[in-house]
Design a protein around this ligand. Structure first.
Ligand code: ACM
Length: 519
C-alpha cells in the first residue's frame, strides 16, 4: 500500500503555527519510498538519546557513528553510540528477515518509544539513516546548535530501490576538481541514495590519475584543463582516498579511461602513441572527436594493458569504463578492432566492461554495460542498435542527455552549462521512465540510471551545484523509487520541501519556477 499522497496532502493543510513544531509528514522524502504507513505519535530525539548498534558489526557501529556525527552539531546532544542492549533510542539493526528489502532496502519504524532502522545489509542501514535525516527538520543540517524539537513522525517506511545502479558522473578532466570537492559531491549524492560515482578520469584536456608505468600521463597530460588553467591529477593515494570515502557513503567508484578517442592528453604525453610519432600539443579547448590512439601500433596495446591494469588494481568495484564515445578520428574498422582488444583487457583484470553506447557499434563483450546518452534527436538506427544489443544481452545504464545530463542549461538564461541536447528544465529532467524509455529495449536489460555532469564550463563546487541541484534529486528518485510511487505533481511538492535543506547545506540551487520554493 502506498499512501504517500495522503501523507503529503496533510502538509498543505497544516497551519503555520502547528507546522512550526509538527514533524514532517513521513512520506515527504526524495527519493519517495516504496511504502509509507503513517500513524501513531512521533519519536523525539532528546539530550539523552543513544544510538544503539547492539549486536552490530564494526560496520554497523561505523554507520551509527556517522549518524551521530551528522546529528550532533545542530542538536547539541551527545548521542553516544553504544552496543549495550537496552530500550529506546535510535536503533540500527541488521538481520531483517524481509527478503524484499534486498541489499540496499531498509525499514524505518518511528514510535514514541524508539526509532528503529532495520536492514539485511549495511547499505540498507545507511540509506535508512538518510531517510531519518530527511525526516528531521532542515536545520538538522546546520553546523551550529539549533532549537529543537527533533521529532520524527510516527509510522513505518519500508523501502528498497527499483534499480541497483543509481549513478552520478563527474568529469574531472575538462576541469580538475580537488579531493575535497569530490568528497563534497559524494556527501551530496549519499543524501539521495545514489550508489555509483563514475569518474571521467581522462579526456583530451587532461589525464587525472597517476599511472606508474606511464608517469607523464599525469605529470604532463594532467598539467592543464579547459581554458588553460593548471589542471591537476590524483596520486594513487588520493584516488584510493576518494574510493575509501565513497565506500564509507556506500558509493562504488566507476573509473573511466576514455578510449580510443578523447585521448589528446595521452597522445601529447607520449609521442610513440601517435601514428606519426609526433606528440600533439596539450589541448585546452572544447571541441570533441579529433583525437585517436594509433590502432595499428603494438605499443598502443602495451599502453592500454598497463593503464587498465593499474586502474583495475586501484578499483574495488566491479566496473571499468572504457569510454568508446565520439571516436570520430578512428575508422569504423579500427574502432571495432580496438574495442575488442580493450574489452578483453578489462576482462583479463577481472572487471566488467562499461562503455558509452557507441560500444554497441562494435561487439560488446559478454556482460558488458552500455551507457545510453542519446536524446530526442538521436536517430532511429542508433537507438535500434542499442535496443538490439540489449535484446542480445548487453545491459544498459540510461543517461539520456536531454533528461539527465546535468550540464545542460535549464533555460536560455542559465549562465553555466551547454545546450547541444536542448534546454532541460526540472520537469523534463524528471518526467520519464527508464523502463519504457528506449523503445525495443527489454526493461530487464536496464540496470539503472546515471546523471553525468560534464565540466567544460564548471570550475568549482558552487558551479557543480548550480547545475546538479535540483535535477540530481530527480535522477536519484528515478533510479530508486517504484514507477507507481512517483509522479511530477507530488514530486514538485517534495522537491520544494528539500529547498531549505539544500540551503542549510550551503548548496545554491536553481530555483526552477516549476516548483514552489516559498519565500
Ligand atoms: C558523451 O557525452 N560524449 C558521452
Amino acid at each position: 500500500m502506498i499512501v504517500v499522497a495522503a501523507a503529503l496532502s496533510s502538509t498543505a493543510a497544516t497551519s503555520s503555527v502547528a507546522a512550526a513544531s509538527a514533524p514532517r509528514p513521513l512520506g515527504q522524502l526524495v527519493p519517495v519510498p516504496a511504502q509509507v504507513v503513517p500513524g501513531g505519535s512521533p519519536y523525539a530525539i532528546t539530550s539523552t538519546t543513544p544510538v544503539r548498534v547492539a549486536g552490530g558489526s564494526a560496520e554497523v557501529r561505523r554507520i551509527g557513528a556517522y549518524l551521530a556525527e551528522l546529528l550532533r552539531p545542530a542538536t547539541g546532544y551527545a548521542l553516544p553510540v553504544t552496543d549495550r542492549p537496552g530500550p529506546g533510542g535510535i536503533r540500527l539493526e541488521l538481520g531483517s528477515r524481509d527478503r524484499s528489502l534486498g541489499e540496499e532496502g531498509y525499514r524505518l519504524r518511528s514510535t514514541p518509544a524508539a526509532l528503529t532502522i532495520t536492514a539485511r545489509a549495511p547499505a540498507g542501514l545507511f540509506h535508512g539513516v538518510q531517510t531519518l535525516r530527511q525526516l528531521l527538520p532542515d536545520r538538522v543540517e546546520a553546523d551550529s546548535r539549533q532549537k529543537g524539537p527533533w521529532k520524527v513522525a510516527g509510522g513505518t517506511v519500508t523501502d528498497a530501490p527499483r534499480y541497483g545502479y543509481r549513478g552520478a558522473m563527474l568529469d574531472v578532466s575538462r576541469h580538475f576538481f580537488s579531493v575535497a570537492e569530490v568528497k563534497r559531491y559524494i556527501d551530496q549524492l549519499a543524501l539521495y541514495k545514489v550508489n555509483k560515482l563514475h569518474l571521467h578520469l581522462s579526456d583530451d584536456q587532461g589525464w587525472r590519475i597517476a599511472i606508474d608505468s606511464w608517469p607523464r600521463l599525469a605529470t604532463y597530460g594532467g598539467s592543464t584543463e579547459v581554458g588553460g588553467g593548471p589542471g591537476g591529477y590524483y596520486t594513487k593515494a588520493q584516488y584510493r582516498e576518494i574510493v575509501r570515502y565513497a565506500a564509507s557513503r556506500y558509493l562504488e567508484v566507476v573509473p573511466e579511461i576514455d578510449l580510443p578517442g578523447h585521448t589528446n592528453a595521452a597522445l601529447a604525453s607520449y609521442a610513440e602513441l601517435n601514428c606519426d610519432g609526433i606528440a600533439p600539443p596539450l589541448y585546452t579547448g572544447t571541441t570533441v572527436g579529433f583525437s585517436s590512439l594509433c590502432v595499428s601500433k603494438p605499443v598502443t596495446y602495451d599502453f592500454v594493458d598497463d593503464v587498465l591494469r593499474e586502474v583495475a588494481a586501484l578499483t574495488p568495484g566491479k566496473y571499468l569504463h572504457i569510454g568508446g564515445d565520439e571516436a570520430h578520428a578512428t575508422s569504423h574498422e579500427d574502432y571495432v578492432a580496438f574495442m575488442a582488444k580493450a574489452q578483453a583487457v578489462v576482462g583479463k583484470y577481472g572487471k566488467t566492461v562499461m562503455g558509452w553506447h557507441q560500444l554497441t557499434g562494435a561487439v560488446p563483450a559478454k556482460g558488458a554495460v552500455a551507457q545510453y546518452w542519446g536524446y530526442d534527436r538521436t536517430g532511429a538506427a542508433e537507438r535500434k542498435q542499442v535496443a538490439d544489443a540489449a535484446k542480445g544481452g548487453t545491459k544498459l545504464v540510461l543517461s539520456p542527455a536531454d533528461r539527465v545530463y546535468l550540464d545542460m542549461k535549464y533555460t536560455k538564461d542559465t549562465p553555466l552549462g551547454l545546450s547541444w541536447a536542448g534546454l532541460v528544465e526540472v520537469r523534463r529532467s524528471y518526467d520519464w521512465d527508464p523502463g519504457t524509455y528506449l523503445e525495443g529495449a527489454p526493461p530487464e536489460a536496464v540496470l539503472g540510471v546515471e546523471a553525468p555532469l560534464w565540466t567544460e564550463t564548471l570550475t568549482n563546487s558552487a558551479e557543480i551545484e548550480a547545475m546538479a541541484f535540483p535535477r540530481l534529486l530527480g535522477a536519484a528518485e528515478i533510479g530508486w523509487s517504484p514507477a507507481a510511487a512517483r509522479d511530477w505533481e507530488t514530486y514538485r511538492v517534495r522537491l520544494a520541501a528539500q529547498g531549505p535543506r539544500l540551503t542549510e547545506l550551503g548548496i545554491d540551487f536553481y530555483r526552477s519556477p516549476q516548483a514552489d520554493w516559498g519565500p
